[in-house]
Ligand binder design. Structure first.
Ligand SMILES: O=c1ccn([C@@H]2O[C@H](COP(=O)(O)OP(=O)(O)O)[C@@H](O)[C@H]2O)c(=O)[nH]1
Ligand SMILES: O=C(O)[C@@H](COP(=O)(O)O)O[C@H]1O[C@H](CO)[C@@H](O)[C@H](O)[C@H]1O
Length: 334
């Protein structure tokens, strides 16, 4: 029996608690002006993956551009990855000051896979910052302090390679905004999955937060899971590669965004399972004996026939290799 196991719970060394105390920051701990000095001439890219976000992307880009490009030159480029939008996302983002890149136009020889993971992976090829911050484009109450806070630990502590947003998550049910309840896939799927397989990451308040930042060197050294598995995949892979103390989280306060319907969350939940299974296998912790399911069948009452209507959707998010390896292959002409 380990020494820890013989020790009363309250007196045990708790690496998660210790990490949380040491590596949880607040966005108010950092000022953009101070970070410009800390940046010391290194470049910072802010990336917004956007699929059909015309109603919110412009406000976010305009706030970033006016506050962190023009007023205080902390951010060197604001890039919106237009992820096959069918609305005016690209025009709105461009008018607000972003450089807009169509996801399919990046590394076209490698094809294009729908999904957020592809948008983020290709953004590494479309940007040049030594530090890269990712922000969702559907945020309702965006504050440039989100970006300042996320960049803070990276620019002030060379031991940190990644920082993740932490916040309260209200749930807007279309009639009222409930003070909590957002993060449904986080609470019902991602947090239990991490508790089961990567308990060292239990200190992350929002393991699926779409707001995070990293060093390019770290981000280009890991694969990117496809679709909505990308966020949990990055967290697990950076932990496995760099260790817990190289990861940080930043309290950004409160975050509200557009909510997807439960049917979309079921697919998102399956992306979490597939990303985790892929990593368990890569680390020899799960048998590679069978191909995981790649479809999800959803059922709803058939109002006409009285029975149930089944709809089966494809859920094969795929995965992209580390961008560093891809660059090497492209240079070698292979
Ligand atoms: O194929 C996709 C799906 C999503 N997104 C973007 O990724 C972010 C998070 O996606 P979403 O809001 O759908 O997820 P949620 O926050 O509801 O879980 C948003 O900026 C989306 O526009 C994207 O770029 N491509
Ligand atoms: O955290 C979650 O459960 C989901 C859904 O949030 P809501 O239940 O709609 O508030 O949202 C996150 O997860 C996605 C998948 O990782 C990320 O891509 C989103 O950025 C993040 O908002």
């Amino acid at each position: 029996m380990s020494e820890n196991a013989r020790t009363p719970l309250a007196d045990r060394v708790d690496p998660v608690r210790d990490w949380s105390a040491r590596r949880t920051y607040r966005s108010g701990d950092f000022r953009a002006e101070d970070l410009v000095a800390a940046k010391a001439g290194r470049r910072v890219s802010v990336v917004l993956p956007a699929r059909n976000e015309e109603s919110t992307v412009g406000v976010i880009v305009a706030a970033l551009h006016s506050e962190l490009v023009e007023r205080v030159p902390l951010v060197d480029e604001v890039v919106v990855i237009d992820s096959h939008s069918a609305d005016r996302t690209a025009d709105v983002a461009r008018a607000a000051g972003a450089r807009v890149v169509a996801q399919g136009d990046v590394l076209p020889a490698l094809g294009d896979v729908p999904g957020k993971g592809e948008a983020l992976w290709k953004s590494l090829a479309a940007t040049d910052g030594e530090f890269v911050a990712f922000l969702d484009s559907d945020l309702r109450d965006f504050d440039p302090a989100f970006a300042v806070g996320l960049l803070g630990p990276l620019l002030t502590d060379p031991g940190v390679v990644f920082s993740k947003g932490a916040y309260e998550r209200p749930l807007d049910d279309g009639r009222t905004v409930l003070p909590a309840g957002g993060g449904r896939v986080t609470e019902l799927v991602a947090r239990p999955l991490l508790a089961t397989h990567w308990p060292a990451l239990a200190g992350f308040v929002q393991p699926l937060a779409g707001e995070y930042a990293g060093t390019r060197r770290a981000l280009e050294s890991i694969p990117f899971a496809g679709a909505y598995g990308v966020d949990i995949g990055i967290l697990v892979d950076l932990f496995e590669s760099f260790g817990l103390d190289a990861l940080a989280q930043v309290d950004l306060g409160r975050r509200t965004h557009r909510h997807s319907p439960d049917s979309a969350l079921a697919v998102m939940a399956m992306h979490q399972h597939l990303a985790i299974l892929s990593r368990l296998r890569r680390h020899g912790r799960a048998p590679d004996t069978h191909a995981p399911g790649d479809t999800l069948t959803l059922h709803r009452r058939d109002p006409v026939g009285g029975g149930f209507h089944a709809e089966t959707v494809d859920v094969s998010p795929g995965e992209r290799p580390p961008m560093r390896e891809m660059r090497a292959q492209l240079r070698a002409g292979s």
